[in-house]
Design a protein around this ligand. Structure first.
Ligand code: CO
Length: 212
């Protein structure tokens, strides 16, 4: 088995440079984490959460999966949200998609991809909900990118709908849910302006349709 020595060398260099700039950084961090943000993003290797927003270890709690989905029965994602909200008391949940997402692209294809088609089913459902609008996109890239945006909006909606967020808002815990999208081609984030910081915001943002 290859031991990937270059990754260990990279790690030693990184740990040395962090410690050089911030003495006792790791000792302090080992005692506790105190992140203000939960990031729910895509597993895509081109979208590294901490780097994009310039946050250090300890500053961002992260959950990533294919297509940045928040599926109601996904115990993994729900457990992350619960720990972040109830225990870490994070102030912001950021659902961040990205343009050109492979999961979104695959969900639009007629061919099968095996097991992952079950996971992508939720994105297919979003397409069905918005097919009148989406049918107007003649080129594939624009269609995929618009569905990437709609997917983020739906996942923000799903986060807001969890018992975890609903309970936090009911007890007046400060908590906002944001929908962002990242451009792999320019490295920039866009705010999709669906920020919900309480039940009133949530009702206003999502009032037009029962499911965005
Ligand atoms: Co993706």
């Amino acid at each position: 088995m290859k031991k990937l020595p270059e990754l260990f060398a990279n790690n030693r260099d990184w740990a040395y440079s962090v410690e050089k700039n911030h003495p006792d950084f790791f000792k302090t961090l080992a005692k506790q984490q105190n992140p203000e943000y939960l990031w729910i993003g895509c597993s895509d290797s081109r979208v590294p959460a901490n780097e994009i927003v310039g946050l250090a270890p300890g500053e961002l709690f992260v959950h990533r999966n294919v297509g940045n989905l928040v599926v109601h029965g996904d115990m993994n994602c729900l457990s992350v949200i619960q720990y972040a909200v109830d225990v870490l008391k994070i102030r912001h949940i950021i659902v961040c998609g990205h343009y050109g997402c492979g999961g979104v692209t695959a969900s639009l294809e007629k061919k099968t991809h095996g097991l992952i088609d079950n996971w992508l089913r939720d994105i297919k459902d979003i397409y069905s909900c918005h097919q009148d609008e989406l049918k107007k996109y003649k080129d594939r890239i624009s269609l995929v990118n618009r569905l990437c945006e709609l997917n983020v909006v739906r996942q923000v909606y799903n986060v807001c709908h969890t018992t975890i967020v609903q309970d936090a808002w009911a007890r007046k815990q400060e908590l906002a849910v944001h929908g962002w999208i990242y451009g792999i081609e320019d490295g920039l984030l866009r705010d999709l302006k669906v920020c919900a910081a309480g039940k009133e915001d949530y009702a206003r943002i999502f009032k037009k349709t029962s499911r965005p």
